[in-house]
Design a protein around this ligand. Sequence first.
Ligand SMILES: [Zn+2]
Length: 367
Amino acid sequence: VRAFPLYRYVGPRELAVAARGRSGARIGSRADLVEAHRRLGGRREALVCTYVVDDLGVLRIADRASEHVDCASGGPVLAAGELTIEPDGTISATTNLSTGFCPPASSWAALDHALRATGQALDGWSHAFEFRRCACGARVVVKDDETCPECDRVLPTDWSFERASVQRGRVFLEDACWRVDVIEEASSRGQDRTLALHDPRTGDAGLLVVIADGVGGVGGGREAAESLVDAVGRDRPSTVPAMQACAAVLRGPGQAAFVVARLRSNGSVVGVARGDTLLLAHAGGGWHELTEGQPRSHDARPAPFALAGCDALFACSDGIWKYVDRRVLEAMLDSDDAELPWRLVDAVRTRSGRLYDDVSAVFARRA
Ligand SMILES: [Zn+2]
């Protein structure tokens, strides 16, 4: 899945609430840019406007005086900042200046992807800003001195808004668009591996999902988890025997609990699991635990599962499901609000904000 890091709104809560229902104009072509330049009041001169790349990768623009969170309907974004549009629709300058989302300079990849859809390939930011969150809570644009203007503390050396990594992509299965989130945060263990793979070249490629959670000595579990993810990425199994063959290559001094699942274009899911990872599928209005019958022993043959008519799929390591009540988890997935990926991780933190275990999850649902 071609996925990009997702950023949530970090500005005042009341602005996010007020933003729902608003949004910037969708830009899919050079003609859209020419039209937007005219509509925003540009005449013969270049015009600076607010933009976001929304969570599904669509470029949206609005008047420079408007809030980025309004441009994004209150939702998370892949990129945000300002664009300069020439009267002929050419983009002549780009920045990541958005104090509402504070995106790092690496969000260029998502803007570049969206601009290419309008037929424009640029070399990179005209100007990239660096944002930090200070320990006092202030959102700071880093200038020459590296201290907080509000409290004089020394600012963190790296972008400091989130610990969890959230990536969002979209895939088209037949005519239906699915949103796919990959949510990860390593604890000190660092033994989980995750894969979400869509190969549109083959006929019924669907979506392959793997969660592999290494167990065993230093590095051994990680090596085992990696070997499974590599085998699935290489073989792209579509049947239970092919998935079991992938699991047979698990190697290393350690072992791994895992689930391998393929979501087909028609909404059916087939897969295998062993150990203590979790796969929930939503079908017929409720969640079904497809990994319920999996053997716990790492020597056992992984157990197959299948279910038809799914409209959502949630796979995770035990770093999530062991630390949150199942009904609470299902209610969070049902609500599917803009902050869900981060709320999932926050739900399993200790009081001090750390994690008991690695957190890995893949959440795919019809958009
Ligand atoms: Zn401060």
